[in-house]
Design a protein around this ligand. Structure first.
Ligand code: AHR
Length: 495
């Protein structure tokens, strides 16, 4: 490690998350009127406390697949007048009791930057510019005065807007070909920029690297939108398949290749268009998600329409948390091109935070690597030279046994090192040269590891999985030394 070798400044937007009207993320998640901790707006204070502790910076809203059938007007104005609708994305009944202005109030209280997604599934350009005018215009027009009438005197001034969601996916309401979407995204972006040239716009990239259209989709969409957008999105979810721990622990290798290939595709389009502009990546959905059932799970019956049903309430294990830590390492390592990212999702639905209606809120295992990385990854991301043995994996081929990133804050002199040992069953000794950081001392060393990789945090045992002090980390001479347990995530902070 050397402070002279820098990838890019840490972009705080990389510590984003996602609130979708999906399952119980909103209802009985962040919003539950009548809950003992709810404020006068029905926002759960216990959840707000955890969100602030988590260090989330940017939150994408309101979807996700949900947004592709959403009429934003349904969620504003007097709650009693709001329509109840069917949400086909998640087969849910949507009361619309929570909408745009409630989300903005929540975002202010949580101290996060809102990032709004626009419906380009069932809707188009006119509804998008209406939403922008309602949200951001100060006043004096019918739509902006309607917002004032709805209790939001000041414009919300949302800077970052997603032009639809996963439009490459056949499951998406209003799914389109790359050409159809690219045209619509370009027209919508052009119109939004006529209202405010300074907006930051995100075009839909691929829903995963495994999509049959991956690569071609980005190229076509960017041919249409290159000069009109700032970011292309990427989404990725990983899970343990059977007992293949080694492949699962190497999930970030897939994310790394995904990022490299999107960057190459975007730059290729830029070259073809003769443009000096650069389009960056908004990795605005990523996480571990048990989309395929775990071995031994009972088959699920087709779901009927329900209000805020329990959907994808995955209880994350130690192993899942280690993978989440390594995905964050990968996102940070690409700080030069990944300029925003949203862990999906914040509460209850494939979440970092769990709640029970009327009951407690608690931290999932994966809350911890996220919170610690957000708190300590400050300053610039360093370009490391990593020398590690190779581990064979079924899904990703041979991969480096270690995954690591470091950040350095020139102002405070703080150095933070994040490392994952991907070996499922063997420890590894880790050494890092501190020659370029003369006299650095170890301030904090923690490790997330466990003899039981399936352990989870539950309502009854909310702190079963927490990071512990590293038993044998030290600075000796000009080196940081530690033994990394099998399947572990570690953080070292030095001064
Ligand atoms: O985050 C859950 C869902 O995953 C989102 O609604 C969708 O965009 C993605 O497929």
């Amino acid at each position: 490690m050397d402070p002279a070798f820098v990838v890019a400044p840490v972009n705080r937007r990389v510590f984003g998350s996602f609130v979708e009207h999906m399952g119980r993320c909103v209802y009985t998640g962040i919003y539950e009127p009548g809950h003992p901790t709810a404020d006068e707006d029905g926002l759960r204070e216990d959840v707000l406390d955890l969100v602030r502790e988590l260090g989330v910076t940017t939150v994408r809203y309101p979807g996700g697949n949900f947004v592709s059938g959403y009429r934003w007007e349904d969620g504003v104005g007097p709650v009693a007048d709001r329509p109840t609708r069917l949400d086909p994305a998640w087969r849910a009944v949507e009361s619309n009791a929570f909408g745009l202005n409630e989300f903005m109030r929540w975002a202010v209280r949580a101290g996060v930057e809102p990032m709004l997604a626009i419906n380009l599934g069932t809707r188009g350009l006119q509804e998008a510019v209406d939403l922008l005018e309602y949200t951001n215009h100060p006043g004096g027009t019918t739509l902006s005065e309607l917002r004032v009438e709805h209790g939001a005197r000041e414009p919300h001034d949302v800077r970052m807007w997603c032009l639809g969601n996963e439009m490459d996916g056949p499951w998406q309401l209003g799914h389109k070909t790359a050409d159809e979407y690219g045209r619509l995204a370009a027209e919508t972006a052009r119109a939004l920029r006529q209202f405010d040239p300074g907006l930051e716009l995100v075009a839909c990239g691929s829903s995963s690297r495994a999509m049959p259209t991956f690569g071609a989709w980005e190229a076509t969409v960017l041919e249409h939108t290159y000069d009109l957008v700032d970011h292309i999105s990427a989404h990725a979810y990983y899970q343990l398949h059977g007992d293949d721990h080694a492949s699962f622990l190497a999930s970030s290798v897939d994310m790394d290749r995904f990022i490299q290939q999107v960057v190459a595709t975007a730059d290729h389009v830029g070259a073809r268009l003769g443009s000096d502009k650069r389009v960056d990546i908004s990795f605005d959905e990523w996480n571990v998600w048990y989309l395929e059932q775990k071995v031994g799970d009972a088959p699920t019956a087709p779901r009927d329409w329900a209000v805020a049903p329990r959907t994808s309430e995955d209880a994350y294990t130690v192993l899942d948390a280690v993978v989440v830590g390594s995905l964050l390492i990968t996102l940070l390592r690409h700080a030069d091109r990944v300029t925003a990212a949203c862990q999906a999702q914040l509460v209850n639905t494939l979440s970092l935070i769990r709640t029970e209606p009327g009951g407690p809120a608690w931290r999932q295992s994966s809350f911890h690597p996220f919170a610690l990385t957000s708190r300590h990854a400050v300053g610039t991301v360093l370009d490391l030279r990593l020398d590690a043995p190779t581990l064979a994996t079924d899904r990703h081929g041979p991969v480096p046994l270690l995954d690591a990133v470091a950040t350095h804050d020139a102002d405070s002199g703080r150095l933070a090192v994040f490392v994952v040992n991907r070996h499922p069953s063997e420890p590894v000794s880790f050494t890092s040269s501190l020659r370029a950081f003369g006299g650095a001392t170890l301030l904090e060393a923690v490790v997330l590891a466990d003899d039981d990789l399936t352990a989870t945090n539950t309502q009854d045992d909310p702190d079963r999985v927490v990071p512990r002090g590293h038993p044998d980390a030290s600075v000796a001479g000009e080196a940081l030394l530690a033994d990394l347990p099998p399947a572990s995530w570690s953080m070292f902070v030095l001064d």
